[in-house]
Design a protein around this ligand. Sequence first.
Ligand code: FAD
Length: 409
Amino acid sequence: EERIVILGAGQGGFQAAASLREAGFTGPLTLVGDEPGLPYQRPPLSKAYMKGDAGIEQIELRPAAFYADHRIELIEARATGIDRATRHLMLEGGARLGYAHLILATGARNRPLPVPGRELSGVYYLRTRADADALKATLACARHVVVIGAGFIGLEFAAVARALGHEVTVIEAAARPLGRAVSPEMSAFFAQAHRDMGTTLLLGAGVVGLEGVDGRVTGVKTTDGVVHKADFVLVGIGVVPNVELAAEAGLEVANGIVVDDHLATRDPAISALGDAVAYPSRFAGGQDEPAMVRLESVQNAVDQARCLAARLTGKSAPFEAVPWFWSDQGDLKLQMVGLAGPTDSAVLRGDPATRRFSVFRFRDGVLTAIESVNRPADHMLGRRLLAGTPVLTPEQAGDESFELKSLLG
Ligand code: FAD
C-alpha cells in the first residue's frame, strides 16, 4: 500500500494533503493531528478572530466535505513515535499507522515564560484556536492587559486589545520591537505607532516574575523592580519547533528537523516541512553558500508543501521559493519579502509620516529584503525581483522618481 501519512494537521500538513491530490496522487492519504476540529489558519487568531470579526467557519482552511471529496482521511490523535524500521507512525492509545512515505508537519509550540509565577491563572499564550478561545473569554473582563514580548504576535494582540478598549502595556527585553525580523528603522516606526495607539511600550525591560493574589495574576515585575499592574497577561516570547518525535526516531535535529533542499530527511521515506524544519536557503546565506534557516510563516509552510507534493508525484525540484510574510497591526499592514541579515543597510522609500513607505535592505550593494507598510506594490515587486538576481541599486531604491517596475523589463 502506497499510503502517505502526514503528521500535523496545521497550515503545512493541510496544504501537503491538498497539493498531493491536486498533483494527481491517488493512493491512500491520511492527515493526523492532535487539535480538535478541522484544520484552520492561525494568522486570524491574533487578528480578525481575536477581534471578533471572523468566526470559526471563516478561519477553517476547507469545509468538512473537502476532505471526503478528496479522500483525505483525518485522524484526531497525538502521535507518540515513529518506527522507521517497519514504517509505522505510533498513535496515542496504541494504534499503528503504516506509511510508504511520512511527512512531518509538526509545527512549533509556544516558548514558556521561564520566571516564577508563570502558573498563575490569567496568564495566556496564543498558538491554537483553543488558546484563542480561552483567552477571548477572560479578555472581555480585563482592564489592565500586559503583553510580554514585542514580536509579531504580541504586537498584533496589543493592537486588538487597544481597539477593544483595554489598557495595554507591552514589555520587551530587547531594545526595540520586532528586533529579530525587521530593520531598526521599521522597529522605530512600529514603536511609535503602538504608542500612538495608546499602548505603553517598555523596551529593554526584562520580566523577572509574575505576582498574584489567590492564584490569579495581578502584576508583572520587571528587572528595575517595578510591578506593572495586570489582570491579564499574554506571553508572546517566541516558539520552539516540535522536533522530539524526529529526534527520538534518530533523525537529525538542529533548531528544527534538518532537511535538504528537497525537504528530505536522511530517511528516504520521511520528509518534513513548515515551522518545524531547518533547511538550506540561498536567502539566508547567499547564492553560493546557502545557510540553514527555520522560518515561521504561512508562505513557507504552503510553498514547502507544494514543493514536496510535486516531488512525491514525480516532479522533483529544489525548494527555492522567495520567503515573504505579513503582519496586521491596527490599520498598518506590514509586508516583508526576502531575508535580511542584522547588519544589512536600510534605504527608505517614501515617508514614514505618511504611514505608507518601504525599507529596502542591502548587503554589499545587493538587495536582500523589502519591508513595506501599506505599500503592497513594493512588496509584490520585491517578490519578483528577489526570485531572480536583483539588479536594483540602493540609489534607485531611495529615489521615488525611479520606476521600480522598469527593472522587470
Ligand atoms: P502548524 O500550523 O503549527 O501545525 C502543526 C500541527 O501539528 C499543530 O496542529 C500541532 O498540534 C500538530 N502536532 C504537532 N505534534 C503533533 C503530534 N505529535 N501528534 C499530532 N499532532 C501534532 N504567519 C504568517 O505568514 N503571517 C501571519 O500573519 C501569521 N500570524 C500568526 C498568528 C498567530 C497567532 C500564530 C500562532 C501564527 C501566525 N503565523 C503567521 C505563523 C503561521 O501560522 C505558521 O507559520 C504556520 O501555521 C506553520 O504551519 P505548520 O504546518 O508548519 O505548523
